[in-house]
Write a protein that binds this ligand. Structure first.
Ligand SMILES: Cc1ncc(C[n+]2csc(CCOP(=O)(O)OP(=O)(O)O)c2C)c(N)n1
Ligand SMILES: [Mg+2]
Length: 360
């Protein structure tokens, strides 16, 4: 696990000993046309997400974050890989595990942390909290707490992009638990139908982190090949290893381009693992064993990336430590900002409830 402490050498060595995964991209991304600067940016982004989430967890336990809090620890490579293909005019929509998406799309750590702290300086003025981040200027259309509820919205957004001929695509993230929701099936049916005429440039990114709260995939469905469910709606699909950033990058590049060019939907089932509890209050985790989590940690996506960067001489230990220290300072600054920011003023209580002019 990548933490704020000095742990690079040992963890990277362990990751090297473990299964580093397939290496389809040669020396740490060279075949993907990625230069050292870009590769180190990915490392910085993944580290930022990890340290931001660890700080948020501390904030929750200190009682500074109200409501609920879901962390993206273990899944960093997914959003980093797919959002690398984000272009202006694209839309991104996800469920409540949304901090990483906001940070990667350009919301600042300060405004995201302040939102978690419920402060007036937050991304949505402290009115949304962790589960309802929203930043339309940067392409983020939420942040939703109702499982599966955002899937029809994403399909509709993709329809609008095609209808208005914007050239944009929608990246629609959702979980293995959400695929059993009726909203998914109704929306996927329409997506397949509209897609036949090139009217649904929607990339379904199914983040299979193996659990929906305490329920494993095997206990949630008799048909555990989740991406095969897209066959019912004539939406083509593939699987990818979500712990290996290079596998995700390769898949994202190809699939986002495919959706953009065709206007047809496509689905990727990302095999990933939630290394954190479901939510910050779920610390007992009675539904999975310590051995299972320890096994999964051997393929911690940040450790795998570190191992690749070191092996390919893209960076040395000192460079990676410097990046982590820099990111740590950014996160500490965000926490201080959130802590010191004022509560939302009382006059804000009833604003943003209705669109301007809609309230009587
Ligand atoms: C409609 C609805 N039913 C139940 C819940 C309670 N609930 C919150 S998260 C969750 C699990 C969803 O799992 P998954 O889609 O795999 O997402 P993950 O938490 O793994 O990212 C459930 C059942 C909810 N928020 N909304
Ligand atoms: Mg899940």
């Amino acid at each position: 696990m990548a933490t704020t402490r000095n742990r690079t050498a040992k963890a990277a060595a362990e990751a090297r000993e473990g299964d580093v995964g397939p290496a389809p991209n040669g020396a740490a991304g060279a075949d993907l046309g990625l230069d050292a600067e870009t590769l180190l940016r990915f490392y910085r982004e993944m580290t930022l997400i990890r340290l931001f989430e660890e700080a948020a967890q501390r904030g929750f336990r200190q009682g500074k974050i109200g409501g609920y809090l879901h962390l993206y620890i273990g899944q960093e490579a997914v959003a980093v890989g797919f959002l690398h293909e984000y272009r202006t005019g694209d839309h991104v929509i996800t469920a409540y595990r949304d901090h990483a998406h906001a940070l990667l799309l350009g919301s600042t750590p300060r405004e995201v942390m302040a939102e978690l702290f419920g402060k007036g300086t937050g991304l949505v003025k402290g009115k949304g909290g962790s589960m309802h981040l929203f930043d339309v200027e940067n392409g983020l259309y939420g942040g939703y707490g109702i499982v599966g509820g955002h899937i029809p919205l994403g399909v509709g957004m993709a329809y609008a992009q095609a209808y208005q001929q914007t050239g944009g695509v929608t990246q629609l993230y959702f979980g293995d638990g959400a695929i059993h929701n009726a909203a998914f099936h109704e929306a996927a049916n329409l997506s397949g139908l509209w897609g036949r005429d090139g009217l649904n440039p929607c990339l379904f990114i199914l983040e299979n982190n193996q659990y929906g709260m305490g329920t494993s995939v095997e206990r949630a469905t008799a048909m555990t090949d989740l991406s095969a469910k897209f066959d019912s709606y004539a939406i083509e699909h593939e699987d990818v290893d979500g712990m290996d950033l290079f596998a995700v990058l390769e898949c994202a590049k190809r699939t986002v381009a495919r959706v953009r060019e065709s206007g047809r939907p496509y689905a990727v089932e990302v095999q990933t693992y939630r290394l954190s509890p479901h939510g910050a209050a779920d610390f007992l985790e009675r539904y999975r064993s310590k051995d299972e989590i320890a096994e999964a940690r051997k393929r911690d996506p940040i450790n795998l990336l570190e191992a690749r960067l070191l092996e390919a001489d893209v960076a040395d230990e000192a460079t990676l430590t410097a990046i982590r220290d820099e990111v740590k300072a950014v996160v500490e600054d965000a926490v201080t900002f959130a802590d010191e920011s004022p509560e939302p003023p009382l006059e804000e209580l009833a604003t943003d409830v209705y669109a301007d002019g809609a309230a009587s």
